[in-house]
Design a protein around this ligand. Structure first.
Ligand code: C6P
Length: 404
């Protein structure tokens, strides 16, 4: 039974005030809040078994190693990866993408083509541009339409035997559009291209099944789904991870080291040089357990209600324009009012205790498409309520009055 009032009690931060008002946290697409059970796991790690992993025979190191590897197992189960060693623990989505983009330097030739989409976050644009600079590959872009959807027949036309890689986000961070990734994956494979899906924004709302999707790489960050910052996942199919060279050299990623030659460890350690974010990894596993205990179907259904209510209420404000109006979208509302600058609205609603993100949301090409400097973005999570949306609507109305 999904009960938002009960769930809210899991999040201590939701009890605080900001500028003398109860906090209304609508910046969930930037980072989600942390339930007590995840905070407890972090405290427990540093209080009871803080030690380096995979290295020591002592009890603390064994306990930390077991807890960290259990977290990897939870990630494997959550994403339904076929093998445990296909789960690379990383510092987050950006790190995961860079491992793949750097690795492909040795697999691409001049004139090969890479396809990204117009809806990407800078994390899924810049590493591929850098890859093109290194290899002479050419970047192609799937265009978007006014509703903030990708134009699929244009994608079909971009694909050819020259296409080696396709990179698309599952859900757009700036607009909330859910992209048709099943179609995108199938078409990429039909021309023999590898495909990476950026799941940074989908993972808080959807439980992806990487085997069912038949995706080559899927990446995500723990902090978007109730986990800590600085930890994330790179899922890769075994065959692709074996083809890619290591990203960084260092401890734990080796088999044998001599000054003449070094051989590398197998998967997943080949991509995990140095001491990882041990505590973060363990807490990531706990966060996944927490989200799964609520259930992603229940989360998606409730967030859809919030999205529909928020869209209806905000649309009623005269002069307010919502960017991203696809039927297939998640609980993100990006908007502007007349010519008022989004920062000004964001600053006023913050004075009323409401946290939204303003600006280009690390997705400047989307802002260029709409010819705007940025938007106000309210992004809802399963612990938000319709009453909080009412407070946002009132605050935006007030901001409009003050700034018009
Ligand atoms: N988007 C937002 O406010 P990191 O920072 O590595 O955890 O995630 C990067 C990233 C990659 N792809 C997408 C689709 C994203 O949304 C993000 C992070 C946040 O929209 C912070 S910029």
């Amino acid at each position: 039974m999904f009960d938002v009032a009960t769930l809210r009690k899991d999040f201590p931060i939701l009890n605080r005030t900001v500028n003398g008002k109860p906090l209304v946290y609508f910046d969930n697409a930037a980072t989600s809040q942390t339930p007590q059970i995840v905070i407890d796991a972090i405290v427990d790690y540093y209080s009871m078994y803080n030690a380096n992993i995979h290295r020591g025979v002592h009890t603390l190191s064994q306990e930390a190693t077991d807890a960290y590897e259990l977290a990897r197992k939870k990630v494997q189960q959550h994403f339904n990866a076929k093998h445990l060693y296909e789960v690379i623990m990383t510092a987050g989505t950006t790190h995961s993408i860079n491992i793949v983009a750097t690795g492909f330097s040795s697999l691409l030739n001049q004139g090969d083509e890479i396809i990204v989409s117009a809806l990407e976050h800078h994390s899924n644009i810049v590493p591929w541009q850098m890859l093109c600079e290194r290899t002479g590959a050419i970047l192609k872009v799937i265009p978007m339409n006014e509703e903030g959807e990708l134009v699929m027949n244009a994608y079909d036309e971009l694909l050819s035997e020259r296409t080696k890689l396709v990179f698309v986000n599952h859900i757009s961070n700036a607009l909330g559009t859910i992209n048709p990734i099943e179609y995108i994956i199938e078409k990429a494979h039909a021309v023999g291209a590898a495909i990476l899906i950026d799941g940074a924004q989908s993972c808080p709302h959807i439980k992806p099944d990487v085997q069912d999707l038949d995706v080559d790489f899927y990446v995500a960050s723990a902090h978007k789904l109730c986990g800590p910052t600085g930890v994330g996942v790179l899922y890769g199919k075994e065959e692709w991870l074996n083809k890619l060279p290591p990203y960084q050299g260092g401890g734990e990623m080796i088999d044998q080291v001599t000054f003449e030659k070094t051989t590398y460890a197998g998967l997943p350690h080949k991509f995990e040089a140095g001491t990882p974010n041990i505590c973060g990894g363990i807490a990531f596993g706990v966060a996944l357990d927490y989200m799964n205990s609520i259930g992603f179907d229940a989360i998606a259904a409730y967030e859809r209600e919030l999205l529909d209510y928020g869209t209806q209420q905000l649309s009623a404000i005269e002069g307010l324009k919502i960017y991203g109006t696809s039927e297939q979208k998640t609980s993100v509302i990006s908007f502007n009012i007349d010519a008022i600058h989004p920062y000004d609205i964001g600053t006023i609603v913050d004075k009323l205790g409401i946290a939204v993100r303003t600006g280009h949301h690390c997705a400047q090409p989307i802002m260029d498409f709409y010819k705007i400097p940025g938007t106000v973005r309210a992004s809802f999570a399963f612990y938000n309520t319709k009453e909080e949306i009412d407070l946002l609507v009132a605050a935006v109305q007030k901001a409009k009055m003050m700034l018009s």
